[in-house]
Every structure is written in structure tokens, then in C-alpha cells.
Design a protein around this ligand. Structure first.
Ligand SMILES: Cc1cc2nc3c(=O)[nH]c(=O)nc-3n(C[C@H](O)[C@H](O)[C@H](O)COP(=O)(O)OP(=O)(O)OC[C@H]3O[C@@H](n4cnc5c(N)ncnc54)[C@H](O)[C@@H]3O)c2cc1C
Length: 407
């Protein structure tokens, strides 16, 4: 008696969403092939990642035993006023990890023969019995299911919904990482045990400790990750920021090394004027600050025949909820669970969509509310109310990087 042939899945995108899905399906007996555009192992996407219980649940289901060294633990949150005094404290234990660490935990568990680098998806044929993916260079793959886990600029999403494009939120996040050993002793004591904030008018600076080089979590070897949200109107400010030294204007984002020195100097001067001294110190110590414009993006469907969209390919939410990675991992978990029933791929995908569309929309709405007060133009009455409701230091410390509203 021959055994049932396993079902097969093509996964486009080999980052957090793609790898989590691949591991979960592989454990369920599926034959999985991940196709990643990059020709080299991925690295360093975003410095620090806030973790939540929901992320640990998905990682555990994917076979990742959680160890105490997944990240740096903080006990609470702290807001500094412009003089540097801690004016608000909140007990809020949380583990802060890094994108690299999560990626390596996932990648090291997937057999190499399932992970194909240097494959850029160009088109999809969503047939009644199978789905076919075609890649740049002419290769193709056929499977029972195709998963678009190809992020913010998803080719899979664009194939089905070319009209859905990122919507600029009106502000950018400047970011940086500083070695613990470079920070003065007073600042080190103020910040390293906490998730910290400084709240200049209409802006938000936050920071938290993360592991140092090679995941080193010893005191003195860690790093501090900071993120500074600042309004930048699209026509003038953002355009200036996205223009490199050769006067090329980059679309959507600019590689850190191409950010003009004068833009960095202007940001540093603003830091000296408006931030708590602890954060001024961090900004000035940062060797290569970079920024990311903040966008919203929302898909209309997560299931299209034999094709599923998940992670950032489906919903890009503003970072205030700290949910991008957790949402991607939970999407993967929901999809894998749905595929366990025997009703066929298309019906399983509809079940997945029914479960995850409302969650994506809810996280998106919440992140918009938390970000409203950073927008350079708050246009509607509702946005103005959101901006007021979520701008107090009490609201900021309680609501930032928290998924409590989902439970
Ligand atoms: C300022 C900022 C702070 C953030 N902070 C947090 C945080 O604290 N916590 C958190 O959870 N999240 C955070 N995020 C969000 C988080 O980084 C993303 O949500 C998460 O990485 C999404 O994972 P993904 O796998 O869906 O997509 P991605 O990580 O974008 O991966 C998509 C992959 O698909 C590949 N790809 C793209 N196109 C193709 C193609 N045509 N063919 C083949 N492969 C392709 C890409 O190379 C990439 O590897 C933050 C984001 C920002 C901007």
C-alpha cells in the first residue's frame, strides 16, 4: 500500500512570516519550498523586537524551545521629562529580542534543501488544481498552495491587488543602536533596566536594551535600541530625507549609507534641543543612525483561491504596537492550523482568512490611533480625538508595544 503523497507549498519570502509558516507546515508533513529573493542570508532587519506571549506560542508550535537568553528582560517602563527626571514609572516586565536572533532560531531549524535563495517571484498562476510560481531567470515551481510572505512590497499581493499601495502616515522613525560600554554610567543606570520614553510635543522617542554583538547579554556588552518618531510632511521634508548626495530621490525608503550627512546633523541638532539628556547622549553616540518612513497598508483579502497572504504582505502596521513579528508568526500558526482539516486547500485558506483579517484590521486601527499625534497633519475629527486620547504619558507607557487590547 503506497502512502498518501504529501501536500506541497511554495512560500515566497524567507523572513519571519515565511520561515515560521515553513516550519509549521513541515512539521505537519507538508513538502515546503521557501523562495527568497536575497542571494545571501538575511540579516539585521530592524534592530530590536518587542516580544509578546502570542509570539512565544507560535514559536513553540514551530518547535522552538524558548530559552532564557532569547532576549534582554526589562522590569518596567519609565518616562523622562526634558530635564532627564523620571516623571512616570510603570511595572511592565517584557523581553526584548532582535530580528537577527529570531531569524536564526527559525532558519537553523529548516532543512537547507527547503530554502532557496536568489529566487525572485515574477508571476503566479492560480489554477483550479495547482498553483504555479514563475521566477526571474525562467525557473518555475508548482504546488498545492502558494503563500505570499514577501513583506511590505509583496509581489504576490501586487499580482492580485495592484491598486493597494503603502500609505505614508506623515512621520518617520529615526533609529539607532548604541553599545552599552559607550554610555555614561549615569545614563546606563537610568535606562538599561527599562523601556524608556521622552515625549517632546508631537513626537515620541523610545528605547530599550537589546543583546550586544553575537547575542551577548552580559551587563556591559548589551546595546540600547532607540526609535524616534518625528513628523515629516511628504512633499517637502520626506522628499528631502529620501534624497541622496547625487540628488536621486528614493522611493519609499533609502539605504542608511545613502542618507545625507546634513540630514543626520539636523536630526542631531533637534535632539539636543528637544530630548531628555539620556536620549541626547544616545543619539550623539550612534555611529549610523537611519530612518524609516512610516506607512500603513491593508490588504482586501488574505485568501485568493490557492494563494494566501500573510505577515507584512497582508498588513503593514505602524510600529507603535510592536506587533509586526508577532502578527506574522500568528498568521502562520492560524494558516497551519486551518490546513490541518481535510476540506481542501481553498476552504482551509478561507478559514484562515476569516480568523486573521479581523485581527490584522484591529492591530492596524490600534497602531493608527497610537500614532495619530505624530502626524504632521491630523485631518479628521476622529484622528484629532485619537491623538488627544493616546498622547498622555500614562497612555503612552501603557499602550506602546502592548497587545493587551487583543485579549
Ligand atoms: C521602525 C520599525 C520598528 C519595528 N519594531 C517592531 C517591533 O518592535 N516588534 C515587531 O514585532 N515588529 C516590529 N517591526 C515590524 C517588523 O519588522 C515586520 O513586521 C516583520 O519583519 C514582517 O515580517 P515578514 O516576514 O512578513 O516580512 P519581511 O520581513 O519584510 O520579509 C519579506 C521577505 O520577502 C522577500 N521578498 C520580497 N519580494 C520577494 C519576491 N518577489 N520574491 C522572493 N522573495 C521576496 C524579502 O527579501 C524578505 O526577505 C518594526 C518595523 C519598523 C519599520
Amino acid at each position: 500500500m503506497s502512502s498518501q503523497p504529501s501536500k506541497s507549498a511554495i512560500i515566497v519570502g524567507g523572513s519571519i512570516a515565511g520561515l515560521t509558516t515553513a516550519l509549521l507546515l513541515h512539521r505537519q508533513g507538508w513538502s515546503v519550498d521557501v523562495f527568497e529573493r536575497s542571494e545571501v542570508e538575511l540579516a539585521g532587519r530592524g534592530a530590536g523586537i518587542v516580544t509578546h506571549r502570542d509570539l512565544f506560542d507560535a514559536l513553540q508550535a514551530a518547535g522552538i524551545e524558548l530559552t532564557a537568553d532569547l532576549g534582554v528582560r526589562v522590569e518596567g517602563r519609565r518616562v523622562f521629562d526634558p530635564s532627564g527626571a523620571a516623571v512616570l514609572e510603570l511595572a511592565y516586565p517584557q523581553v526584548l529580542t532582535s530580528w537577527d536572533r529570531l531569524y536564526h532560531e527559525l532558519r537553523s531549524r529548516l532543512p537547507d534543501e527547503c530554502y532557496h535563495m536568489g529566487h525572485t517571484l515574477e508571476s503566479v498562476e492560480n489554477g483550479a488544481d495547482a498553483v504555479v510560481a514563475r521566477f526571474a531567470g525562467g525557473s518555475e515551481a508548482r504546488a498545492d498552495l502558494l503563500i505570499g510572505a514577501d513583506g511590505f512590497r509583496s509581489s504576490v499581493r501586487r499580482h492580485f491587488f495592484p491598486d493597494i499601495v503603502p500609505n505614508y502616515a506623515g512621520y518617520v522613525a529615526w533609529r539607532g543602536l548604541v553599545d552599552e560600554g559607550d554610555v555614561t554610567e549615569t545614563t546606563r543606570r537610568d535606562i538599561f533596566g527599562h523601556f524608556t520614553f521622552s515625549l517632546p510635543k508631537g513626537e515620541q522617542m523610545l528605547g530599550y536594551p537589546v543583546a550586544g554583538v553575537n547575542n551577548d547579554m552580559r551587563v556591559g556588552r548589551r546595546r540600547y535600541n532607540w526609535v524616534w518618531y518625528r513628523p515629516a510632511d511628504e512633499a517637502v521634508e520626506l522628499r528631502k530625507l529620501l534624497t541622496d548626495a547625487q540628488a536621486n530621490v528614493h522611493e519609499l525608503s533609502i539605504p542608511p549609507r545613502l542618507i545625507r550627512g546634513e540630514m543626520i546633523e539636523a536630526m542631531q541638532r533637534s535632539a539636543s534641543r528637544s530630548l531628555a539628556p539620556q536620549f541626547q547622549e544616545l543619539v550623539h553616540l550612534t555611529v549610523q543612525p537611519f530612518f524609516q518612513p512610516i506607512y500603513d497598508l491593508e490588504t482586501r483579502r488574505m485568501a485568493i483561491g490557492r494563494v494566501a497572504l500573510l505577515g507584512d504582505a497582508a498588513f503593514v502596521v505602524r510600529p507603535h504596537v510592536g506587533a509586526g513579528v508577532t502578527k506574522a508568526a500568528q498568521d502562520a500558526l492560524s494558516l497551519a492550523k486551518s490546513l490541518r482539516n481535510d476540506d481542501g486547500v481553498e476552504s482551509a485558506l478561507l478559514g484562515f482568512e476569516q480568523e486573521r483579517m479581523p485581527v490584522g484590521a484591529k492591530i492596524m486601527r490600534r497602531a493608527r490611533q497610537l500614532g495619530a499625534y505624530m502626524q504632521s497633519q491630523v485631518s479628521t475629527q476622529e484622528e484629532r480625538q485619537d491623538a488627544e486620547r493616546h498622547r498622555t504619558p500614562e497612555a503612552v507607557v501603557q499602550e506602546t508595544a502592548s497587545l493587551e487590547f487583543l485579549h
